[in-house]
Design a protein. Sequence first.
Length: 129
Amino acid sequence: MVKVNIIQERLKIVQSHQKSYTDVRRKELEFEVDDWVYLKVSPMKCVMRFGKKGKLSPQYIGHHIILKRIGNVAYELELPLELTAVHLVFHISMSKKCMGDPSLIIPTKNIGIKDNLSYEEVPVQILDR
């Protein structure tokens, strides 16, 4: 009976150590409706759904607005038309808060970079003469 008590005490110690290790890395996430978030994607093998395929495939895509909260840990996002095959409801761990104003983000699709990694600056609007 004494050995069983010793084993139980050691198990409690080990469990508390493991809990303290995981609590350090865990962060409490909570978003509000109309917050902007990035969506974490994990590319599947041989499927190119979210952009580039290979070493530089994206980990987070776009900045999407939260439409509503579903339960404690799920959110419904507003996704673009390109992602109609993707379900709209995501777990909180699949989201990352978009810091700053999303309207200030420059879309990368409009940037023209040549093969030799050079580019040409073209003024959009003349501000002052």
